[in-house]
Ligand binder design. Structure first.
Ligand code: FES
Length: 211
């Protein structure tokens, strides 16, 4: 998503949500707004640039350094631009044992990019991620705000195709369909849950379902 970072402003739904968020925290603890407002900013502007950090700080308001501290601590905030679909494949221990490297190499081959890169059309960014807390359903990846678990290579193929075919949805529509935190341009269709039912990657020398 390309947004003019030199002239940032909230959309009406985001502006309304910010005012609602203010009511959820004590007036003298507005610093607690940093996490949810950074999430909102990432959905609005695509990534958390220095200009976005400054904008978030002014919106709350808190000192810019406090927002910068939070944004740089958590990996869930993108400090560089990412594609419309941000594929974060967990490559920590459980997922590695269940074939994460095979999943990553498969995606690299399908998209013609290496991890850390974005496709030329801006559709996909592929990265390896540390444990995303879904070890019991390895291998898994996070696509924007959504988890896809027990991935087989066939699941990955279907998912990539479905993501490519998924149009951007307005924020309101997306939130109704997928719940708060879904955001614009970051949606799977309703039947995206089907991708959580894979049989797992078949490791070389092992039969399917043998883990
Ligand atoms: S090791 Fe992949 S989710 Fe924990």
């Amino acid at each position: 998503m390309t947004v003019d970072q030199s002239n940032l402003s909230w959309s009406k739904p985001a502006s309304d949500r910010l005012e609602w968020l203010r009511t959820r925290y004590p007036a003298d603890h507005q610093r607690a707004l940093i996490l949810p407002v950074l999430h909102m900013a990432q959905r609005e502007f695509g990534w958390v640039s220095p200009a976005v950090i400054d904008f978030v700080a002014k919106s709350i308001p808190v000192p810019t350094i406090q927002v910068e501290e939070v944004a740089t601590f958590y990996t869930m905030y993108n400090k560089v631009p990412v594609g419309r679909w941000h594929l974060q494949v967990c490559h920590n221990i459980s997922c590695s044992l269940m074939g994460a490297e095979i999943v990553i190499e498969h995606i690299e081959g399908k998209l013609g990019i290496k991890r850390g890169q974005t496709t030329a059309d801006g559709e996909f960014t592929l990265v390896g991620a540390e444990c995303l807390g879904s070890c019991g359903t390895a291998p898994m990846m996070q696509v924007n705000d959504h988890y896809h678990e027990n991935l087989s290579l066939a699941d990955v193929d279907r998912l990539l195709k479905e993501l490519r075919d998924t149009p951007d949805l307005p924020d309101d529509e997306a939130n109704v369909a997928h719940g708060p935190g879904s955001g614009p341009s970051r949606m799977l269709p309703r039947d995206g849950e089907a991708f959580t039912a894979g049989a797992g990657v078949v490791m070389p020398g092992h039969a399917a379902g043998g883990h």
